[in-house]
Write a protein that binds this ligand. Structure first.
Ligand code: CTP
Length: 412
């Protein structure tokens, strides 16, 4: 997992250095964020050296000319989006209060608000501060919101007092991290096939027809699937994106190549998500040499490509098949039509004209239309979050279908 470790200002901050190492040993990558107070206890350099990554200490990091740059001003959003788990250890009373009340006056508290990832806090503080009604109330608020609290231990505190307030043992914090990681390993043993990106249909050796798909949505699904334990095969048209960790990538250019690759891998998969923006048409006769310019108008005859999703879903058997529908009008009606026509189990529909949705955005606004009749409209969220919801819904549908397999096999 990509863990962001928030270190706040307490004597126990030195223990977080060891926590970084232990998390890395368990295969996690760690981005450290320190509050200003934490820097009084341990230097950011220690964490930078251990994590191998720049440590974030400021909401508005200054450039060499002393000006805050835009990149740093929106960095909390970028970090929020690539965080699978936020761990705050040690968490001071002040940080707990900020989280509980939604204050956002430094990088860590802003990140907390901007992130949808699970959160673990491991408080450490003076015993009276820990027992204070204000702190306990804040903790209750956080727990009710789903934040995991690794309770401090009783013992001798740096302030000379004895009682609860010592940072929990690192093993306890690691166990909480494992708990969160395992909670989402629900695709272990599954093989997930994902198509993503655009296709390119050649006109001649130097020109082609394509579309504006960035591939981000499909890649997000592939990444989430791998994280949740699936073996993932990502069949992708040309994109500028890096291969997500743990994903087997098959590069294709044309719809025909994508169909061939999907045919090859479909039998082995238990779940298939068709997120590619496949060109509906291809030039009927691509020229073998470059078409020369002339004064005449040029007509290129197009012929339809095979619908990969519809073709493979005809023989899906027990597999769960998910398609996408990019619509500009009558979203629900068109999505339900595609669900039936393509024999899919779930259609992820979006109105591509909506602000913050569709091609090349990092966010999307979708509604999930399921075969069992459920419509699930989702608010605007990151594509990573949408990917999780799609997988959640696919897992749910499979559970429903397994309880009555006969209707699923009937198809149509
Ligand atoms: N799809 C596919 N192969 C194609 C075309 C589409 O697998 N040749 C899949 C896409 O990956 C997506 C869904 O089908 O999951 C989209 O279906 P489509 O009918 O192409 O949707 P739109 O392009 O939204 O359809 P239309 O242009 O008719 O609205």
């Amino acid at each position: 997992m990509r863990i962001t470790l928030g270190v706040t200002g307490g004597v126990a901050a030195y223990k977080s250095a060891e926590l970084v190492r232990r998390l890395q040993q368990e295969g996690h990558s760690v981005q450290v964020v320190m509050t200003r107070a934490a820097c009084e206890f341990v230097t950011p350099l220690t964490f930078a050296a251990l994590s191998g990554q720049k440590v974030i200490t400021d909401l508005f990091a200054k450039s060499s000319t002393g000006e805050a740059n835009l990149e740093s001003a929106i960095e909390h959003i970028a970090v929020a989006q690539r965080t699978d788990l936020l761990v705050v250890a040690p968490a001071t009373a002040d940080t707990l209060a900020k989280f509980a009340r939604g204050l956002a006056d430094d990088f860590l508290s802003t990140l907390y608000l901007a992130s949808t990832a699970p959160v673990i806090v491991a408080p450490a503080m003076n015993v009276n501060m820990w027992q204070h009604a204000a702190t306990q109330e804040n903790l209750a608020v956080l727990k009710a919101r789903g934040v995991h609290v690794v309770e401090p231990n009783a013992g001798y505190l740096a302030c000379g007092m004895i009682g609860p307030g010592r940072l929990a043992e690192l093993d306890e914090i690691l166990r909480a991290v494992q708990g969160v990681a395992q909670a989402k390993r629900d695709l272990a043993g599954e093989t997930l096939l994902v198509t993503a990106g655009p296709t390119c249909e050649d006109i001649d050796p130097v020109r082609y027809i394509t579309n504006r798909s960035s591939g981000k949505m499909g890649y997000a699904v592939a990444e989430a699937g791998a994280r949740r334990g699936a073996k993932v095969i990502l069949i992708t048209g040309p994109t500028a994106l890096a291969t997500p960790e743990g994903v087997e990538r098959v590069d294709v250019r044309t719809a025909e190549e994508m169909l061939a690759a999907a045919r090859k891998h479909f039998p082995a998969c238990s779940l298939a998500i068709f997120a590619a923006a496949v060109a509906d048409y291809r030039p009927a006769k691509p020229a073998s040499s470059k078409i020369k310019r002339s004064k005449e108008a040029l007509t290129i005859r197009l012929e339809p490509n095979t619908d990969i999703l519809a073709t493979l879903a005809k023989e899906k058997g027990e597999r769960i098949v998910v398609g996408f529908a990019a619509e500009t009008e009558q979203v629900a009606e068109n999505a339900r039509k595609k669900l039936a026509q393509k024999n899919a189990d779930l259609v992820v529909a979006n109105d591509v004209t909506a602000e913050g949705a569709g091609f090349d955005h990092d966010t999307n606004i979708v509604t999930l239309f399921s075969r069992d009749g459920r419509d699930l409209p989702l608010p605007r969220m990151s594509k990573a979050e949408v990917a999780e919801r799609i997988l959640d819904e696919a897992v749910r549908i499979r559970a429903v279908l397994r309880s009555k397999p006969a209707t699923h096999r009937a198809g149509g």
